[in-house]
Design a protein around this ligand. Structure first.
Ligand code: GLN
Length: 204
């Protein structure tokens, strides 16, 4: 892929670690731009929703008139990759949200926020993720959600040793409980860019 041949990809930049995602995507040769407004969303060929705090991201997206355009973009098939809080934003059902917390939805999953409790707020482990390659992926979890149930339309991509699901895909949507943007393993971002490229090719 060359940067010239594709429209920019966006990273939702309302809150959270969007700078890290932009850096990873640019490192892969993509033209990555921050997205804060509906007009910016309309220009991108794919979107990353970063980690951060989903309840804040939810409030900001509604306050700034981004929630509806984001839902429409998801419904129209835009490739979207959510990490951690971004996964929560993409989940159809959120457990242990704050009062009134909403999500954008799109992934037919139930996701529980802060699922590892206070004793195990953050941890690292190696995961087998055949969808992105044979080498195990080192995964960093930070106050991470867990995918508590996977509906018919979604497919698990990765599980912890105890079987709990930590990565899913449904069509052009991908979600991970963990943060590949901070480990230097770019395979999920490449996977996402692959979805962007496929969609551009099928539209051409
Ligand atoms: N606990 C955060 C939330 O509920 C997610 C943490 C993260 O994105 N690293 O949104």
């Amino acid at each position: 892929m060359t940067a010239e041949s594709t429209a920019p990809v966006g990273v939702l930049a309302l809150q959270g670690d969007f700078r890290e995602h932009i850096a990873v995507l640019r490192g892969l040769g993509a033209d990555a731009v921050p997205v804060r407004r509906p007009a910016e969303l309309a220009e991108v060929a794919g979107l990353v929703i970063p980690g951060g705090e989903s309840s804040v991201m939810d409030k900001l997206s509604r306050t700034f008139g981004m929630a509806e355009p984001l839902k429409q973009a998801i419904a129209s098939g835009l490739p979207v990759y959510g990490t951690c809080a971004g996964l929560i934003m993409l989940a159809d059902r959120v457990l242990d949200g704050i009062r009134g917390q909403e999500s954008l939805g799109g992934l037919d999953v139930s996701v529980r926020r802060n699922a590892f409790g206070s004793q195990l707020d953050s941890f690292e482990t190696d995961l087998r993720i055949p969808a992105v390659g044979d080498e195990p992926m080192h995964a960093v979890f930070i106050r991470a959600p867990i995918v508590e149930s996977v509906g018919e339309k979604a497919t698990p991509l990765a599980q912890l040793d105890d079987g709990r699901v930590v990565a899913v895909r449904q069509g052009n949507l991908i979600g991970t409980s963990f943060h590949p943007e901070i480990t230097g393993d770019t395979r999920f971002h490449e996977y996402f860019l692959g979805l962007v490229r496929e969609r551009a090719e099928s539209a051409a």
